[in-house]
Design a protein around this ligand. Structure first.
Ligand SMILES: Nc1ncnc2c1ncn2[C@@H]1O[C@H](COP(=O)(O)OP(=O)(O)OP(=O)(O)O)[C@@H](O)[C@H]1O
Ligand SMILES: [Mg+2]
Length: 349
Protein backbone atom coordinates (compact mmCIF):
# COMPACT_ATOMS: atom_id res chain seq x y z
CA UNK A 1 0.00 0.00 0.00
CA UNK A 2 1.19 3.46 -0.77
CA UNK A 3 2.54 5.42 2.18
CA UNK A 4 1.41 8.91 1.43
CA UNK A 5 0.59 9.88 4.95
CA UNK A 6 3.46 9.72 7.40
CA UNK A 7 4.98 13.03 6.43
CA UNK A 8 5.26 16.00 8.77
CA UNK A 9 3.36 19.10 7.89
CA UNK A 10 6.15 21.60 7.43
CA UNK A 11 4.13 24.61 8.42
CA UNK A 12 1.45 25.31 10.92
CA UNK A 13 -0.54 28.39 11.65
CA UNK A 14 0.39 30.14 14.85
CA UNK A 15 -2.15 31.92 17.04
CA UNK A 16 -1.86 35.30 15.39
CA UNK A 17 -2.64 33.79 12.03
CA UNK A 18 0.92 34.18 10.81
CA UNK A 19 2.81 31.25 9.37
CA UNK A 20 5.77 29.81 11.24
CA UNK A 21 7.91 26.71 10.94
CA UNK A 22 6.59 23.86 13.03
CA UNK A 23 9.17 22.36 15.32
CA UNK A 24 9.44 18.59 15.47
CA UNK A 25 9.33 17.39 19.07
CA UNK A 26 9.15 13.66 18.76
CA UNK A 27 10.22 11.38 16.00
CA UNK A 28 9.60 7.65 15.73
CA UNK A 29 11.78 5.82 13.25
CA UNK A 30 10.87 2.34 12.08
CA UNK A 31 9.72 1.08 15.47
CA UNK A 32 9.06 -2.65 15.59
CA UNK A 33 7.97 -4.82 18.50
CA UNK A 34 7.02 -8.47 18.83
CA UNK A 35 5.68 -10.36 21.79
CA UNK A 36 6.08 -14.07 22.33
CA UNK A 37 3.07 -15.75 23.85
CA UNK A 38 3.83 -19.37 24.75
CA UNK A 39 5.30 -20.47 21.43
CA UNK A 40 3.64 -18.00 19.13
CA UNK A 41 5.41 -14.79 18.20
CA UNK A 42 3.25 -11.84 17.20
CA UNK A 43 4.59 -8.71 15.59
CA UNK A 44 2.52 -5.95 17.17
CA UNK A 45 4.33 -2.95 15.68
CA UNK A 46 5.65 -3.42 12.15
CA UNK A 47 7.64 -0.29 11.50
CA UNK A 48 6.07 2.88 12.85
CA UNK A 49 7.50 6.04 11.29
CA UNK A 50 6.09 9.29 12.55
CA UNK A 51 6.93 12.88 13.50
CA UNK A 52 5.03 15.05 15.94
CA UNK A 53 5.21 18.82 16.09
CA UNK A 54 5.45 20.97 19.18
CA UNK A 55 2.04 21.66 20.71
CA UNK A 56 0.25 19.11 18.55
CA UNK A 57 -2.59 16.97 19.85
CA UNK A 58 -2.25 13.54 18.24
CA UNK A 59 -4.72 10.73 18.86
CA UNK A 60 -4.05 7.06 18.26
CA UNK A 61 -7.17 5.22 17.13
CA UNK A 62 -7.36 1.52 16.54
CA UNK A 63 -9.03 -1.71 17.54
CA UNK A 64 -8.34 -3.30 20.89
CA UNK A 65 -4.99 -5.09 20.89
CA UNK A 66 -3.56 -3.22 17.91
CA UNK A 67 -0.57 -1.94 19.90
CA UNK A 68 -1.53 1.58 21.03
CA UNK A 69 -0.46 1.16 24.65
CA UNK A 70 2.69 -0.69 23.60
CA UNK A 71 3.69 2.26 21.42
CA UNK A 72 3.14 4.77 24.24
CA UNK A 73 5.12 2.57 26.62
CA UNK A 74 8.00 2.50 24.13
CA UNK A 75 7.95 6.31 23.91
CA UNK A 76 7.91 6.51 27.73
CA UNK A 77 10.71 3.94 28.02
CA UNK A 78 8.57 1.47 29.97
CA UNK A 79 8.96 -1.03 27.13
CA UNK A 80 11.85 -1.42 24.69
CA UNK A 81 11.43 -1.58 20.94
CA UNK A 82 13.00 -4.50 19.07
CA UNK A 83 14.35 -2.18 16.39
CA UNK A 84 14.01 1.49 15.54
CA UNK A 85 14.63 4.76 17.34
CA UNK A 86 12.79 7.33 19.43
CA UNK A 87 14.07 10.90 19.09
CA UNK A 88 13.06 13.70 21.44
CA UNK A 89 13.99 17.12 20.07
CA UNK A 90 16.56 15.41 17.90
CA UNK A 91 18.18 13.47 20.73
CA UNK A 92 18.12 9.68 20.48
CA UNK A 93 16.45 8.55 23.71
CA UNK A 94 15.78 4.95 22.61
CA UNK A 95 17.96 3.53 25.39
CA UNK A 96 17.41 6.23 28.01
CA UNK A 97 15.86 5.31 31.36
CA UNK A 98 12.17 6.34 31.67
CA UNK A 99 12.78 8.80 34.52
CA UNK A 100 15.43 10.61 32.49
CA UNK A 101 13.07 11.18 29.55
CA UNK A 102 11.27 14.47 29.29
CA UNK A 103 7.91 12.73 28.81
CA UNK A 104 5.17 11.75 31.25
CA UNK A 105 2.31 9.32 31.05
CA UNK A 106 -1.27 9.45 32.36
CA UNK A 107 -3.13 6.17 32.71
CA UNK A 108 -6.80 5.28 32.59
CA UNK A 109 -6.97 4.26 36.26
CA UNK A 110 -5.47 7.52 37.62
CA UNK A 111 -2.72 5.70 39.58
CA UNK A 112 -2.59 8.34 42.33
CA UNK A 113 -0.63 7.59 45.50
CA UNK A 114 -3.44 6.72 47.94
CA UNK A 115 -1.54 7.73 51.07
CA UNK A 116 -0.69 11.21 49.80
CA UNK A 117 -2.84 14.33 49.73
CA UNK A 118 -3.81 16.01 46.47
CA UNK A 119 -0.99 18.56 46.89
CA UNK A 120 1.57 15.85 47.67
CA UNK A 121 0.48 13.84 44.67
CA UNK A 122 0.78 16.83 42.34
CA UNK A 123 4.13 17.92 43.78
CA UNK A 124 5.64 14.44 43.83
CA UNK A 125 7.66 14.74 40.62
CA UNK A 126 9.27 17.99 41.77
CA UNK A 127 10.04 16.57 45.21
CA UNK A 128 11.96 13.66 43.69
CA UNK A 129 13.93 16.23 41.71
CA UNK A 130 14.80 17.95 45.01
CA UNK A 131 13.13 21.22 44.05
CA UNK A 132 12.90 23.55 47.11
CA UNK A 133 9.67 23.18 49.10
CA UNK A 134 8.54 26.75 48.56
CA UNK A 135 8.88 26.46 44.82
CA UNK A 136 6.95 23.18 44.86
CA UNK A 137 4.13 24.81 46.84
CA UNK A 138 3.88 27.66 44.32
CA UNK A 139 3.86 25.32 41.33
CA UNK A 140 1.29 23.04 42.98
CA UNK A 141 -0.98 26.05 43.50
CA UNK A 142 -0.61 27.01 39.84
CA UNK A 143 -1.50 23.50 38.73
CA UNK A 144 -4.47 23.35 41.11
CA UNK A 145 -5.76 26.53 39.53
CA UNK A 146 -5.25 25.20 36.03
CA UNK A 147 -7.21 22.03 36.71
CA UNK A 148 -9.76 23.98 38.77
CA UNK A 149 -9.17 22.21 42.06
CA UNK A 150 -8.23 25.12 44.32
CA UNK A 151 -9.04 24.32 47.93
CA UNK A 152 -8.59 20.58 47.49
CA UNK A 153 -4.88 20.44 48.35
CA UNK A 154 -5.33 18.57 51.67
CA UNK A 155 -7.89 16.01 50.41
CA UNK A 156 -6.95 12.35 50.11
CA UNK A 157 -7.56 10.68 46.73
CA UNK A 158 -10.29 8.37 48.07
CA UNK A 159 -12.34 11.46 48.97
CA UNK A 160 -12.44 12.70 45.39
CA UNK A 161 -14.78 11.97 42.49
CA UNK A 162 -13.46 10.15 39.40
CA UNK A 163 -13.19 13.35 37.43
CA UNK A 164 -11.38 15.15 40.24
CA UNK A 165 -8.95 12.26 40.62
CA UNK A 166 -8.19 12.33 36.94
CA UNK A 167 -7.57 16.07 37.10
CA UNK A 168 -5.06 15.47 39.90
CA UNK A 169 -3.37 12.80 37.76
CA UNK A 170 -3.15 15.24 34.85
CA UNK A 171 -1.82 18.03 37.08
CA UNK A 172 0.77 15.65 38.49
CA UNK A 173 1.91 14.65 35.01
CA UNK A 174 2.06 18.23 33.75
CA UNK A 175 3.80 19.95 36.67
CA UNK A 176 7.30 19.19 35.31
CA UNK A 177 6.23 20.62 31.97
CA UNK A 178 7.20 17.50 30.01
CA UNK A 179 7.94 17.98 26.33
CA UNK A 180 5.40 15.28 25.52
CA UNK A 181 2.49 14.01 27.57
CA UNK A 182 1.28 10.49 26.83
CA UNK A 183 -2.33 9.81 27.79
CA UNK A 184 -3.67 6.27 27.67
CA UNK A 185 -7.47 6.49 27.71
CA UNK A 186 -7.33 9.06 30.50
CA UNK A 187 -11.10 9.65 30.51
CA UNK A 188 -12.15 6.08 29.84
CA UNK A 189 -13.40 5.42 33.35
CA UNK A 190 -15.64 8.51 33.49
CA UNK A 191 -19.32 8.66 32.63
CA UNK A 192 -20.29 10.31 29.36
CA UNK A 193 -21.28 13.71 30.75
CA UNK A 194 -18.14 14.09 32.83
CA UNK A 195 -16.05 12.82 29.94
CA UNK A 196 -17.40 15.53 27.62
CA UNK A 197 -16.66 18.19 30.23
CA UNK A 198 -13.16 16.87 30.89
CA UNK A 199 -12.46 16.76 27.14
CA UNK A 200 -13.01 20.50 26.95
CA UNK A 201 -10.91 21.15 30.04
CA UNK A 202 -8.08 18.97 28.83
CA UNK A 203 -8.03 20.61 25.43
CA UNK A 204 -8.01 24.07 27.04
CA UNK A 205 -5.10 23.03 29.28
CA UNK A 206 -3.18 21.56 26.37
CA UNK A 207 -3.51 24.72 24.30
CA UNK A 208 -2.70 26.97 27.25
CA UNK A 209 0.51 25.15 28.15
CA UNK A 210 1.27 24.31 24.50
CA UNK A 211 2.20 20.78 25.55
CA UNK A 212 2.43 18.06 22.92
CA UNK A 213 -0.15 15.36 23.61
CA UNK A 214 -0.26 11.79 22.35
CA UNK A 215 -3.65 10.52 23.33
CA UNK A 216 -5.32 7.13 23.16
CA UNK A 217 -9.07 6.78 23.11
CA UNK A 218 -11.72 4.31 22.02
CA UNK A 219 -14.17 7.15 21.64
CA UNK A 220 -14.21 8.40 18.05
CA UNK A 221 -16.12 11.54 18.90
CA UNK A 222 -13.47 12.34 21.46
CA UNK A 223 -10.75 11.81 18.84
CA UNK A 224 -12.54 13.99 16.30
CA UNK A 225 -13.30 16.75 18.81
CA UNK A 226 -9.89 17.02 20.38
CA UNK A 227 -7.19 16.11 17.88
CA UNK A 228 -5.09 18.14 15.50
CA UNK A 229 -4.26 14.85 13.79
CA UNK A 230 -5.48 11.30 14.18
CA UNK A 231 -3.34 8.24 13.48
CA UNK A 232 -5.39 5.17 12.64
CA UNK A 233 -3.45 2.05 13.62
CA UNK A 234 -4.13 -1.23 11.89
CA UNK A 235 -2.14 -4.37 11.42
CA UNK A 236 0.99 -2.95 13.09
CA UNK A 237 1.33 0.27 11.11
CA UNK A 238 -0.17 3.73 10.99
CA UNK A 239 -2.60 3.14 8.19
CA UNK A 240 -3.58 6.77 7.80
CA UNK A 241 -2.55 9.92 9.59
CA UNK A 242 -4.52 13.10 9.01
CA UNK A 243 -6.70 15.82 10.42
CA UNK A 244 -10.08 14.64 11.73
CA UNK A 245 -11.57 16.05 8.54
CA UNK A 246 -9.24 14.07 6.29
CA UNK A 247 -9.74 10.86 8.23
CA UNK A 248 -13.51 11.23 8.15
CA UNK A 249 -14.08 12.59 4.66
CA UNK A 250 -11.05 11.23 2.78
CA UNK A 251 -10.39 7.79 4.17
CA UNK A 252 -7.62 6.09 2.20
CA UNK A 253 -8.56 2.52 2.98
CA UNK A 254 -11.71 0.55 3.59
CA UNK A 255 -10.51 -0.15 7.13
CA UNK A 256 -10.24 3.54 8.00
CA UNK A 257 -13.60 4.27 6.36
CA UNK A 258 -15.48 1.68 8.34
CA UNK A 259 -13.52 1.97 11.61
CA UNK A 260 -14.00 5.73 11.83
CA UNK A 261 -17.67 6.64 11.66
CA UNK A 262 -18.76 3.34 10.18
CA UNK A 263 -18.99 4.34 6.51
CA UNK A 264 -20.75 2.20 3.92
CA UNK A 265 -18.41 0.29 1.62
CA UNK A 266 -19.94 0.12 -1.83
CA UNK A 267 -18.39 -2.33 -4.29
CA UNK A 268 -18.69 -1.46 -7.95
CA UNK A 269 -16.89 -3.60 -10.52
CA UNK A 270 -13.43 -3.98 -8.94
CA UNK A 271 -13.44 -0.74 -7.01
CA UNK A 272 -14.55 0.02 -3.46
CA UNK A 273 -16.06 3.35 -2.41
CA UNK A 274 -16.72 4.72 1.06
CA UNK A 275 -20.03 6.54 1.45
CA UNK A 276 -21.13 8.09 4.76
CA UNK A 277 -24.62 7.15 5.92
CA UNK A 278 -25.58 10.83 6.08
CA UNK A 279 -24.67 11.21 2.38
CA UNK A 280 -26.97 8.46 1.16
CA UNK A 281 -29.93 10.00 -0.67
CA UNK A 282 -33.35 8.39 -0.86
CA UNK A 283 -35.73 8.81 -3.81
CA UNK A 284 -33.98 11.89 -5.17
CA UNK A 285 -32.93 12.60 -8.75
CA UNK A 286 -29.40 11.23 -8.22
CA UNK A 287 -30.82 7.91 -7.02
CA UNK A 288 -30.36 5.05 -9.46
CA UNK A 289 -29.93 1.99 -7.25
CA UNK A 290 -32.93 -0.24 -6.58
CA UNK A 291 -33.16 -0.99 -2.89
CA UNK A 292 -35.47 -2.38 -0.29
CA UNK A 293 -35.67 -1.34 3.37
CA UNK A 294 -34.67 -4.23 5.60
CA UNK A 295 -34.29 -2.55 8.98
CA UNK A 296 -34.86 0.73 10.77
CA UNK A 297 -33.30 1.64 14.11
CA UNK A 298 -33.02 4.78 16.19
CA UNK A 299 -29.82 5.65 18.04
CA UNK A 300 -27.98 8.79 19.08
CA UNK A 301 -30.66 11.16 17.79
CA UNK A 302 -30.62 9.56 14.35
CA UNK A 303 -32.64 7.07 12.43
CA UNK A 304 -30.60 4.48 10.57
CA UNK A 305 -32.29 2.90 7.58
CA UNK A 306 -30.67 -0.25 6.28
CA UNK A 307 -31.22 -1.03 2.61
CA UNK A 308 -30.43 -4.13 0.59
CA UNK A 309 -29.50 -3.50 -3.03
CA UNK A 310 -30.63 -5.88 -5.76
CA UNK A 311 -27.12 -7.44 -5.85
CA UNK A 312 -27.27 -8.09 -2.10
CA UNK A 313 -25.02 -5.25 -0.92
CA UNK A 314 -26.20 -3.48 2.23
CA UNK A 315 -26.22 0.31 2.51
CA UNK A 316 -27.19 2.37 5.54
CA UNK A 317 -28.71 5.84 5.32
CA UNK A 318 -29.05 8.06 8.38
CA UNK A 319 -31.56 10.81 9.00
CA UNK A 320 -32.29 13.10 11.95
CA UNK A 321 -35.47 12.28 13.77
CA UNK A 322 -37.09 9.12 14.97
CA UNK A 323 -38.87 7.92 11.86
CA UNK A 324 -38.91 8.22 8.10
CA UNK A 325 -41.70 7.73 5.64
CA UNK A 326 -40.59 4.31 4.46
CA UNK A 327 -41.60 0.98 5.96
CA UNK A 328 -39.54 -2.17 6.28
CA UNK A 329 -40.09 -4.15 3.07
CA UNK A 330 -40.77 -1.05 0.97
CA UNK A 331 -38.91 -0.40 -2.30
CA UNK A 332 -36.92 2.79 -2.88
CA UNK A 333 -34.27 4.25 -5.12
CA UNK A 334 -31.08 5.26 -3.36
CA UNK A 335 -27.84 6.91 -4.39
CA UNK A 336 -25.41 9.72 -3.56
CA UNK A 337 -23.76 12.73 -5.09
CA UNK A 338 -20.62 11.77 -6.97
CA UNK A 339 -18.31 13.62 -4.59
CA UNK A 340 -19.81 11.84 -1.56
CA UNK A 341 -18.21 8.57 -2.67
CA UNK A 342 -14.51 8.25 -1.90
CA UNK A 343 -12.56 5.52 -3.62
CA UNK A 344 -10.60 3.54 -1.03
CA UNK A 345 -8.03 0.76 -1.03
CA UNK A 346 -9.78 -2.44 -0.03
CA UNK A 347 -7.88 -3.95 2.87
CA UNK A 348 -10.37 -4.79 5.55
CA UNK A 349 -10.01 -7.98 7.48
N1 LIG B 1 3.93 -7.87 27.94
C1 LIG B 1 3.28 -8.49 26.96
N2 LIG B 1 3.52 -9.80 26.68
C2 LIG B 1 2.88 -10.43 25.67
N3 LIG B 1 1.98 -9.83 24.87
C3 LIG B 1 1.70 -8.55 25.10
C4 LIG B 1 2.33 -7.81 26.16
N4 LIG B 1 1.85 -6.54 26.14
C5 LIG B 1 0.96 -6.49 25.13
N5 LIG B 1 0.87 -7.68 24.50
C6 LIG B 1 0.05 -7.99 23.34
O1 LIG B 1 0.34 -7.02 22.34
C7 LIG B 1 -0.83 -6.61 21.67
C8 LIG B 1 -0.99 -5.11 21.76
O2 LIG B 1 -1.27 -4.76 23.10
P1 LIG B 1 -1.60 -3.27 23.53
O3 LIG B 1 -1.82 -3.27 24.99
O4 LIG B 1 -0.53 -2.39 23.01
O5 LIG B 1 -2.96 -3.02 22.74
P2 LIG B 1 -3.91 -1.73 22.74
O6 LIG B 1 -3.99 -1.25 21.34
O7 LIG B 1 -3.47 -0.77 23.77
O8 LIG B 1 -5.31 -2.39 23.12
P3 LIG B 1 -6.52 -1.81 24.03
O9 LIG B 1 -7.26 -0.85 23.17
O10 LIG B 1 -7.32 -3.01 24.33
O11 LIG B 1 -5.92 -1.18 25.26
C9 LIG B 1 -1.97 -7.41 22.28
O12 LIG B 1 -2.23 -8.50 21.47
C10 LIG B 1 -1.42 -7.83 23.62
O13 LIG B 1 -1.99 -9.04 24.01
MG1 LIG C 1 -4.29 -0.09 25.57
Amino acid sequence: MEKAFTSVSAFSKCNEGRIKMAKTVLELQQITKSFTDKTKQTEVLKGIDFSINEGEFITLLGASGCGKTTLLRIIAGLESADTGSVLLEGEDITKKEPYLRDVNMVFQNYALFPHMTVAENIGYGLKTKKVPKKEIATKVQEMLELVQLEGYEKRMPDKLSGGQRQRVAIARAMINQPKVLLLDEPLGALDLKLRRQMQLELKRLQKKLNTTFIYITHDQEEAINMSDRIAVMHDGVFEQVGTPNEIYYQPETSYVASFVGNANLYHKADAVYAVRAESVLINETECTLDAVVIEKSFAGGQLRILFALSDGQKITASRFGIDYDLKVGEQAKIGWKEDSAVRVIANEN
